[in-house]
Design a protein around this ligand. Structure first.
Ligand SMILES: Nc1ncnc2c1ncn2[C@@H]1O[C@H](COP(=O)(O)OP(=O)(O)O)[C@@H](O)[C@H]1O
Ligand SMILES: [Mg+2]
Length: 367
């Protein structure tokens, strides 16, 4: 459907794309991942001709769209783009934001544009907001509107450039669900994202970008579980989290220990910090939460942020609330007392699932 041949893009001070050769097939959902500055945005912007490639060719449905004389506007109509910042028109209502491009660019009648807009608003779950203005909506809602607006053009492919990066963590899920729904319905998409779990679940192909091009390509399984190149491997581990679910009394904590070991070795996290996390985890889960419920249901996520050098432990659980400070474990209490440790525990009032309690801990390091 789209073919890139020897695509190259140079800027004065950088050559983000040296020589890209790749084919995007109808129905592909491609996640584009990689460190910042490796040309992910440039790649998307070249594909829909927001940037002019320095050399090389792009074919869309067999037609060379980089050829002289090609009607750029006609080509762009076939490609939708969703940006980090939603780019809605603030002085127009939501429905107008979605109707206008259909009328001006596709020549649809007002009624047709309205019907389509309303249909899409229902698809993204925001029909009730048709007459609101963008600034009356949350970031997550605005991004869902931006997606509806893109869909209204019936594009052949949608390019997403970090669609959830500007959102509060609490709103990432709703936007991801909309994108996931589109992927399921067969829309061809390319998505630049830093959400590794999302990329893994949603796509059939993953491009890891580095060194001026697509440094490694594969299925999510290949890239996330078995990357063959060193840089990919490092990047994946750095951004991956470890997740577990305890749903019975015979949960085996040694699995976590083993995986934590590997995780910390790859990320070079100090053993001392890792043991503090493990002790806290066992004290919270094995000695308390699991004792309180006959059928425990606990979700655990362990994550490391290289940027802030913080090791995180997130726990969400169903059932009765437990205050970590009520622990009678001296060692655990002393960990809590350290100034490199932070803990918050919460009862989530408007939980969208039944995991109505959360505990999060941060483990920092002091030199
Ligand atoms: N308009 C531009 N002018 C000059 N340099 C640019 C421009 N856009 C991007 N670059 C450079 O190209 C490289 C790749 O940028 P970008 O595609 O935005 O990376 P990513 O999206 O992977 O973070 C960077 O070094 C960036 O500074
Ligand atoms: Mg970018």
């Amino acid at each position: 459907m789209i073919e890139l041949r020897h695509l190259r893009k140079e800027y004065e001070n950088a050559i983000p794309l040296e020589d890209i050769n790749v084919t995007i097939n109808f129905g592909d959902v491609i996640s584009v991942i990689g460190p910042s500055g490796t040309g992910k945005s440039t790649l998307l912007r070249c594909i829909n001709l927001l940037e002019e490639p320095t050399s090389g060719d792009i074919f869309l449905d067999g037609e060379c769209i980089t050829a002289k004389g090609c009607d750029i506007n006609r080509v762009r109509k076939k490609m939708g783009m969703v940006f980090q910042s939603f780019n809605l028109f603030g002085h127009l209502t939501i429905i107008e934001n979605i109707m206008n491009p259909q009328i001006t660019l596709l020549g649809k009648s007002k009624q047709e544009a309205y019907d389509k807009a309303m249909e899409l608003l229902s698809t993204v779950g925001l029909a009730s907001k048709a007459l609101s203005y963008p600034d009356e909506l949350s970031g997550g809602q605005q991004q869902r509107i931006a997606i509806a607006r893109t869909l209204a053009m019936d594009p052949e492919i949608i390019l997403f450039d970090e669609p959830t990066s500007a959102l509060d963590p609490s709103m990432i899920g709703e936007v991801q669900s909309v994108i996931r729904m589109l992927a399921k319905s067969g829309v061809t998409m390319m998505i630049v994202t830093h959400e590794m779990d999302f990329a893994r679940k949603i796509s059939n192909r993953v491009f890891f970008m580095d060194e001026g091009g697509i440094y490694e390509e594969g299925t999510p399984k290949q890239i996330f579980e078995n990357p063959t190149k060193e840089k990919t491997r490092k990047f994946i581990y750095r951004l991956s989290s470890l997740r577990y679910r305890i749903d019975s009394q015979d949960f085996d904590f040694s699995t976590i220990s083993e995986e934590m070991q590997g995780y910390s070795e790859k990320l070079l996290i100090e053993m001392e910090r890792v043991s503090k996390l493990q002790m806290s985890l066992e004290e919270l889960c094995a000695n308390n939460l699991m004792q309180m419920e006959k059928n425990p249901d606990i979700k655990i996520k362990i994550e490391y942020s290289e940027k802030s050098d913080i090791l995180f432990l997130f726990i969400r659980y169903k059932g009765e609330h437990f205050d970590p400070k009520d622990s009678d474990n001296e060692l655990f209490l002393s960990i809590l007392g350290e100034k490199t440790t932070e803990i918050t525990d919460e009862i989530i009032k408007e939980s969208h699932d039944e995991y109505n309690n959360s505990i999060s801990m941060k483990f920092k390091w002091e030199d």
